[in-house]
Design a protein around this ligand. Structure first.
Ligand code: HEM
Length: 207
C-alpha cells in the first residue's frame, strides 16, 4: 500500500514538473513580461521545452541499460506525452497568435519552408504516438504498437533539424547560432548509438 502511494506520488511529481514551464510562461505572458515580441518568445520557449522533453523521453531506456535503473522507464510515456502537448501548443501559438488562424497563409508558408515541413512531419508523428499511447491501443495494435512507436527516433531527428534550421547559423561553416543545435544533434546521436545492440552490450558490461 505504502509502495503504491509512493509510486503514484512519483508520477504526480513528474506531471507537476512538466507543467512548470507552461505555468511560468502563462504567468509571464499575462504580466507582459515576455519582452517586445511575446508571441515569438512563447513560440520559441514552447518549442524548446518540447524538444528537451522529447530527448528526455529517450534517455530512460539507455539509462536502464547503463545503470539498471528500471523505474525510470515509466517516465518515458509521461515525458513523451508532454513533449507532444508542448509541441501542439507551439503549433497553436504559431497558427493562432502569429497567423490569426489564417489557414491558407499558414499552409502556403509551411509548403515553402523546409524547416516548417520537418516540424509538421514531426508533429504528426508525435500526435499519432500520443493518440495510441493508451493501454487499450497497445492491446489493439499488438506488435504494430512497437513498430509505430519506433517512429519517435525519426520524429526526434526531424525536431533537432527543425531547431537547427530555425536558428540563424551555418552548421557546415560553424558560424552564427550553432552551439545549441550542435548540442541537440550530439545528444540525439548519443541516444541513438546507445540503442545499437553491440554498444548496448559493451556498455552493460560496466553496470
Ligand atoms: C507544424 C509544426 C510546426 C511549426 C509550424 C513550427 C514553427 C516554428 C517556428 C515558426 C519557429 C521559429 C520561431 C522563431 O524563431 O521565431 C520554430 C522554432 C522551433 N520549433 Fe517549431 N514548429 C513546428 C513543430 C515543432 C515541433 C513538433 C517541435 C518539437 C517537438 C518544435 C520545436 C521547435 C524548436 C526547439 C524551435 C527553436 C526555438 C528557439 O529558437 O529557441 N517545432 N518552430
Amino acid at each position: 500500500m505504502k509502495f503504491e502511494s509512493l509510486r503514484r506520488f512519483d508520477r504526480q511529481a513528474v506531471n507537476l514538473l512538466c507543467l512548470v514551464p507552461a505555468s511560468v510562461l502563462t504567468i509571464q505572458y499575462f504580466q507582459n513580461r515576455l519582452g517586445p515580441d511575446p508571441v515569438q518568445i512563447l513560440e520559441r520557449r514552447t518549442g524548446d521545452v518540447a524538444l528537451v522533453l522529447l530527448l528526455l523521453s529517450l534517455v530512460f531506456t539507455p539509462l536502464r541499460v547503463i545503470t539498471g535503473f528500471n523505474r525510470g522507464v515509466k517516465y518515458r510515456r509521461i515525458t513523451g506525452l508532454y513533449a507532444f502537448y508542448y509541441s501542439a501548443a507551439h503549433f497553436l501559438i504559431y497558427l493562432g497568435l502569429d497567423y490569426g488562424f489564417d489557414f491558407s497563409l499558414v499552409t502556403r508558408t509551411i509548403l515553402h519552408s523546409s524547416y516548417l515541413w520537418l516540424g509538421l512531419i514531426a508533429l504528426l508523428i508525435l500526435a499519432t504516438m500520443a493518440l495510441t499511447s493508451t493501454d487499450g491501443w497497445k492491446l489493439r495494435l499488438g506488435r504494430n504498437w512497437k513498430r509505430i512507436h519506433r517512429f519517435v527516433y525519426l520524429a526526434s531527428l526531424l525536431v533537432v533539424l527543425h531547431f537547427a534550421l530555425a536558428k540563424k547559423g551555418d552548421l557546415f561553416r560553424l558560424r552564427g547560432e550553432v552551439l545549441f543545435p550542435l548540442i541537440g544533434l550530439g545528444v540525439w546521436a548519443i541516444l541513438m548509438l546507445l540503442r545499437l545492440p553491440p554498444i548496448k552490450k559493451w556498455v552493460s558490461r560496466f553496470k
